[in-house]
Design a protein around this ligand. Structure first.
Ligand SMILES: C=C(O[C@@H]1C=C(C(=O)O)C=C[C@H]1O)C(=O)O
Length: 185
């Protein structure tokens, strides 16, 4: 995929100051699904939520959507050996959920990456990184589903995928070993 740079100043950084063990995962330019499948014997996608709703402010800004606009939001847990490893949150506006991407609403337990990385016409924007504090809405969503998770900030990354001028924003929150996992990623 080609590298396309977008201006992004909503607190997301161009490089992660994460520890060395997590950095290769955060900066993976290929499919995260494929990397997780290589790392874990048992990989699956657990669908957490899919609906029309208002994007978070830092998503609406990047997608350049007017206040009050609803978008299709998909949230999944990427599972490795039975444990949640990544919380993935994808946002696509109604105007972009057309053409080749109309089917994204029906992915179910199929990983989005399978559709995105199989199409050479899909262009992935630059990755941006952020350590999500407890006040960030995505961090609150993770805490709601994983109440045993210690109240630490979590590293996340996001990027825009573009196809025929349609945009999809994918954000992935990386879960620590302390989420009840036998090991970290
Ligand atoms: C974009 C990818 O797809 C992954 C799977 C997702 C899903 O099924 O909703 C969302 C984001 C990614 O973690 C990828 O594999 O890199």
């Amino acid at each position: 995929m080609h590298r396309v740079h977008y201006c992004d100043d909503a607190g997301w950084q161009a490089t992660p100051a994460a520890d060395h063990a997590l950095r290769p995962w955060l900066q993976e330019r290929g499919s995260l699904t494929a990397r997780l499948k290589r790392h874990y014997a048992d990989f699956s996608v657990q669908l957490a939520h899919e609906s029309w709703r208002k994007p978070h402010l830092d998503e609406r800004q990047l997608l350049q959507l007017p206040a009050g606009t609803q978008a299709w939001v998909r949230e999944v847990w990427l599972m490795g050996d039975g444990q949640p490893r990544v919380f993935a949150h994808s946002v696509i506006s109604r105007k972009d959920l057309r053409g080749a991407w109309y089917g994204l609403r029906n992915m179910g337990r199929l990983p989005l990456g399978a559709a995105l990385f199989a199409n050479p016409a899909v262009i992935r924007g630059a990755l941006h990184f952020r350590k999500l504090s407890a006040s960030h809405p995505l961090r609150k969503t993770v805490s709601k589903h994983l109440p045993l998770l210690p109240h630490q900030s979590l590293w996340a990354r996001r990027s825009l995928f573009c196809l025929q001028r349609h945009h999809l924003l994918v954000t992935e929150v990386f879960l620590p070993a302390s989420a009840g996992q036998a090991d970290a990623l």
